[in-house]
Design a protein around this ligand. Structure first.
Ligand SMILES: [Zn+2]
Length: 252
């Protein structure tokens, strides 16, 4: 099976990271997991970012602008690299060629955790994108799949929530970096700060998308007893090996 090599490395270089976050369009990763990624990169974990498309079909901004903005966001996240698979916006598919391309990235990045959006979504790119990630996540470990690159078996697949109101597996307390998340997301000027929005444009009932992201973060936080949180669903059971974080704190 020939190597694909159609993806672009926009920032940094494709090298091993601890956590690889994948999103259908530039800014999806940041909306769903930007606070957690800020926390983790500042704690010393290496972060890689992969967008499946350039978002050229978006109502706001064009593909070239959104690429530039995604590079700026990667810098603010202190990511090791940001790649873009350059799949057609609106035409993401879980195809053999796309699987091969994403497996190349996975094997180059060798992550322990892979993050992507939830499959249950209205946007077809979000549905197909999540399926593509699931397929690549599995195929990456198979030694006889594309033998030119050594296999890599990622440890855990986690879905971040964008605006889906479904019960999460766990919450990440992003209170310490909540405001920083919005400063980081300010890199996407065309998406969140452009005053020249198309007339009558609305997204999920709010013209100010950042306000929506903020209220969701506070809502998840309220459910977890913290100021702000991001929600994740684990694709496989989370194994507890050390209960000391939750049990016996008051007796030590
Ligand atoms: Zn999207």
């Amino acid at each position: 099976m020939a190597r694909a090599h159609n993806f672009q490395i926009l920032q940094g270089s494709l090298e091993p990271v601890d956590i690889l976050a994948i999103g259908p369009h530039p800014d999806d990763i940041e909306i769903g997991a930007g606070g957690s990624l800020l926390l983790w990169s500042r704690s010393g974990y290496r972060i890689g970012l992969v967008d499946l498309t350039r978002g050229e079909l978006g109502t706001k901004g064009d593909g070239e602008t959104r690429i530039k903005e995604s590079i700026e966001a990667a810098i603010r996240l202190e990511a090791t690299f940001r790649a873009n698979l350059c799949l057609p916006d609106g035409g993401v598919s879980d195809s053999p060629d796309n699987r091969l391309m994403l497996v190349e990235v996975l094997r180059g990045a060798c992550p322990d955790w892979v993050l992507c959006n939830l499959e249950e979504a209205r946007h077809p790119d979000h549905r197909e994108g999540a399926r593509l990630v699931q397929s690549a996540f599995f195929l990456s470990r198979l030694a006889r799949y594309c033998t030119e690159i050594p296999p890599h078996s990622p440890g855990k697949l986690l879905y971040y929530l964008i605006h889906e109101q479904v019960p999460p597996t766990f919450l990440v307390d992003i209170s310490p970096v909540f405001e920083d998340k919005f400063r980081m997301m300010g890199a996407y000027e065309s998406q969140f700060h452009n005053p020249r929005l198309p007339e009558g444009y609305r997204h999920t009932g709010l013209s100010d998308y950042l306000r929506n992201v903020r209220s969701l973060g506070e809502s998840w936080g309220a459910q977890g007893g913290v100021a702000a949180a991001e929600a994740f669903i684990a694709a496989s059971p989370v194994v507890v090996t050390d209960i000391s974080q939750w049990v016996g704190r008051d007796h030590k």
